[in-house]
Design a protein around this ligand. Structure first.
Ligand SMILES: C[S@@+](CC[C@H](N)C(=O)[O-])C[C@H]1O[C@@H](n2cnc3c(N)ncnc32)[C@H](O)[C@@H]1O
Length: 272
C-alpha cells in the first residue's frame, strides 16, 4: 500500500475510533503498558516524548512518573486522539503534559531534546516502523532510553482474523503490516539500526477478557484500526462482518457468553 494512503487511513481511522477506544481496549492493554513503563528508565524531572499517544492512557502514567518537575510531549497522527489527550491532561491537572499532532516518522522536534522516548502499540500502524524508531532515537539525548511495545506474532493473537474479514469487504488492506514489527527479532533489529545499544526484548503472552460479544465487537470494529472501513459498511455488511468475526473467536468464548482471547505483546528498550 502507498505510504501516503496508509497514513490517511490511519489518521482518519483513529479519528473515527477515538471515542470508543478506551471503553473497548483500556483494561486489555494494561499489561503491555506496564511492561513498557517498567523498562523505559523514567524518573522524576525527566523530559519525555511519547509517539502515537492515542487518548493518553500511557501519557497520564508517564506524567505521574516524571512529576511536575518533568514534562511530557505526547504526539499522535490523529487530531481526535490529540484532543482526547489534551482533555485528559486538563481534567487531571497535568499542566506538564502537552499534546500535538505529529507523524511518528517525521517528528517536528530538535535532536537530543528528551531524556526518554516511548511508544505504546503504535508502530504496527506506521508505514516505516524503522524510520519512526530512528526518529525517537534522534530526539533522545545520548545516554537516554528509547522503549517501544507492539503486538506480537499473529499466531499468538486470537483476534487476528478481524483484518482479513474486513479487508475482504474493502478495496485495500486496512493494516497491511500489522504483525510485521512483532515478528521474531524484527524490533530488536530496527532498534539496532536506530543506534540503540544494549537493547533487550520482552515477549509477554496475555489473555484479553471481554464480558460479552457486544463489548468485544465494540473494541474490534468501532474502537480500533478498522473503524474507518466499518463506518462505510451497510447494515447488512456490518452484520456479516460481526458474525464472521465472532465465528473466528468462537473457540475462546465461555459458557457465560464472555471471551478470553490470547494475545502477545513485544517490548524492546535500549539506550542511545
Ligand atoms: C492502538 S492506539 C495506541 C494508543 C496509546 N499509545 C495506547 O497505548 O493506548 C494507536 C495510535 O497510533 C496512532 N498512529 C497511527 N499511525 C501513526 C503515525 N504514523 N504517527 C503517529 N501516530 C500514529 C493512532 O492515531 C492511534 O492513536
Amino acid at each position: 500500500m502507498d505510504a501516503k494512503f496508509q497514513r490517511r487511513v490511519q489518521r482518519y481511522g483513529w479519528d473515527a475510533a477515538a471515542s470508543q477506544y478506551e471503553p473497548g481496549w483500556a483494561p486489555r492493554l494494561r499489561a503491555a503498558q506496564d511492561r513498557l513503563l517498567s523498562v523505559a528508565g523514567l524518573a522524576q524531572g525527566m523530559q519525555v516524548l511519547e509517539t502515537a499517544c492515542g487518548s493518553g492512557l500511557v501519557t497520564a502514567r508517564i506524567a505521574e512518573m516524571v512529576g511536575q518537575s518533568g514534562a511530557v510531549m505526547a504526539t499522535d497522527l490523529s487530531q481526535a486522539m490529540v484532543d482526547a489527550t489534551t482533555r485528559m491532561a486538563a481534567a487531571r491537572g497535568l499542566a506538564h503534559v502537552a499534546a500535538q499532532r505529529m507523524d511518528a516518522e517525521e517528528l517536528d522536534l530538535p535532536d537530543a531534546a528528551f531524556d526518554s522516548a516511548l511508544c505504546a502499540l503504535g508502530l504496527m500502524y506506521v508505514p516505516d516502523p524503522a524510520r519512526a524508531l530512528a526518529e525517537m532515537a534522534r530526539v533522545t539525548r545520548p545516554g537516554g532510553r528509547v522503549a517501544v511495545t507492539v503486538w506480537g506474532e499473529r499466531k499468538h493473537c486470537g483476534w487476528a482474523e478481524i483484518f482479513p474479514i474486513v479487508d475482504a469487504r474493502v478495496a485495500s488492506e486496512v493494516c497491511p503490516m500489522f504483525f510485521g514489527p512483532g515478528g521474531r527479532g524484527v524490533l530488536l533489529h530496527i532498534a539496532g539500526a536506530a543506534g540503540l545499544t544494549g537493547a533487550k526484548e520482552w515477549r509477554d503472552r496475555v489473555t484479553l477478557d471481554w464480558p460479552d460479544a457486544a463489548s468485544l465487537l465494540l473494541a474490534m470494529i468501532g474502537g480500533g484500526p478498522v473503524a474507518l472501513a466499518a463506518k462505510r459498511f451497510s447494515p447488512n455488511v456490518r452484520a456479516e462482518v460481526e458474525a464472521e468475526f465472532l465465528a473466528s473467536v468462537a473457540g475462546f468464548s465461555k459458557p457465560d457468553g464472555s471471551y478470553a482471547i490470547p494475545g502477545e505483546f513485544v517490548t524492546v528498550a535500549g539506550t542511545i
